[in-house]
Design a binder for this molecule. Structure first.
Ligand code: PMP
Length: 388
């Protein structure tokens, strides 16, 4: 690939030429009429990508962790009860942020690679009054995907707000924010949204905004406070300028381009493409004997795969795969960190990227001394694509 390496980690991902081209344009003033138009359009497009026609979008400079705090800080007051569906590393992080903002946090535990049953979550929501249920849509540490639709329904029935950490999911995994009754869904630019790192993105519905407006105490984070950002987002959407903190101009313009590409593809088609690529990719790894961190097939994410190294192979295989042109990520979940690796396949990932990645994994594994039928992974993926 002439020195170019494919970045197939669970974010940042490969970006389109149009998005990268937009990033490289001279920076406009944040009150330039052209930027005002593009920011306004990007906010409208977020609503369409989140499938939240009545939601309030926010786009601010920061990473996904800021997006998490942006949600938590505004709807949480001291002594609020919060329930966390535990799927891995990022649900622990969410619990920590809720605690920092004064919440009493309960956790419905899940084993590594698993997640609690919807019924167990529902039983807990019925046993005690919670203000908020927190779900990580795809836990990037384990590759486990939560059943957001049914978990959000259980929360709605018990009058609980639902916050979805969709950092490794939004614009890749099916999320129908309004139809499913999700109150806040957040992400970061560098994942399936397809923009270099640097934007924290969030859509809140009316119930979440009402919870913010009904606060008895002030928000415990200055930069995160919706009282400053809400008028800014509303102004840009009304094609006017407003200022609180300088917007990340180039990233916002790139976001507008990427969201335009996503909507041109269409959400339903995009969800199906992610599912197909993930299935093809796993068909490949399974054909050469690899096993996955998620314990059941219905838990497998479509945006990334977390697979155990096969017998006799360790993280030393990753630089070998990189030499073959594809950059992958190591493990993240502390108790199994050294035993598995992670491959992102989200955003504009196409058949060729999936096949190239499988080919590089095969060559890396072969160099690490793992015995398998050369070509079997690529053939299995090809055959699945052929049948689809
Ligand atoms: N939540 C999830 C599910 C994530 O995957 C990540 C990043 N890998 C984060 C939160 C944190 O995002 P960031 O690294 O951009 O702060």
């Amino acid at each position: 690939m002439k020195g170019k390496r494919l970045l197939m980690i669970p974010g940042p991902i490969e970006f389109t030429d149009e998005v990268l081209g937009e990033m490289s344009k001279p920076t406009l003033s944040h009150v330039d009429p052209q930027f005002i138009e593009e920011f306004g359009q990007a906010l409208e497009r977020m609503r369409a990508v989140w499938l939240a026609p009545h939601g309030q979008p926010f786009a601010i400079a920061g990473s996904g962790t800021l997006a998490m705090e942006f949600a938590v800080a505004n709807i949480t007051e001291p002594d609020d009860n919060v329930l966390i569906v535990h799927t891995g590393y990022f649900s622990d992080r969410m619990a920590e942020i809720f605690r920092l903002h004064g919440a009493n946090v309960d956790i419905v535990p899940g084993a590594v690679g698993d997640l609690p049953e919807v019924e167990a979550v529902r039983a807990q929501l019925e046993a005690k009054k919670y203000k908020t249920l927190s779900i990580t849509h795809v836990d990037t540490s384990t590759g486990v995907r939560a059943d957001v639709k049914h978990l959000a329904a259980a929360a709605r029935e018990t009058g609980t707000l639902t916050v979805v950490d969709g950092v490794c999911a939004v614009a890749g995994e099916e999320l129908r924010m309004e139809e499913w009754g999700v109150d806040i869904a957040l992400t970061a630019s560098q994942k399936a949204v397809g923009v270099p790192p640097g934007l924290a993105l969030l859509v809140a519905n009316e119930k979440a905004l009402d919870a913010f407006k009904a606060r008895r105490t002030s928000v415990r984070a200055y930069y995160c406070d919706w009282q400053y950002w809400l008028p800014v987002m509303q102004a840009y959407e009304a094609r006017k300028s407003a200022y609180f903190g300088t917007p990340a101009v180039n990233l916002v313009r790139a976001l507008n381009v990427s969201l335009g590409q996503i909507l041109t593809e269409g959400m339903d088609f995009r969800f199906r493409r992610h599912t197909l690529n993930a299935r093809a990719f796993r068909a490949g790894l399974s054909a050469i004997g690899l096993k996955y961190v998620p314990v059941r097939e219905d838990l497998y994410a479509n945006t990334l795969t977390a697979a155990y190294y096969p017998e006799g192979v360790d993280a030393g295989v990753l630089p070998r795969i990189a030499e073959e042109g594809v950059v992958l990520a190591g493990g993240l979940y502390p108790s199994i960190k050294t035993k598995y690796f992670r491959i992102g396949h989200m955003g504009m990932s196409d058949t060729s990227e999936i096949l190239a990645t499988l080919g590089a994994i095969e060559r890396g594994l072969a160099k690490s001394g793992y015995a398998f039928d050369a070509g079997a992974a690529v053939a299995a993926a090809q055959s699945l694509y052929k049948k689809s």
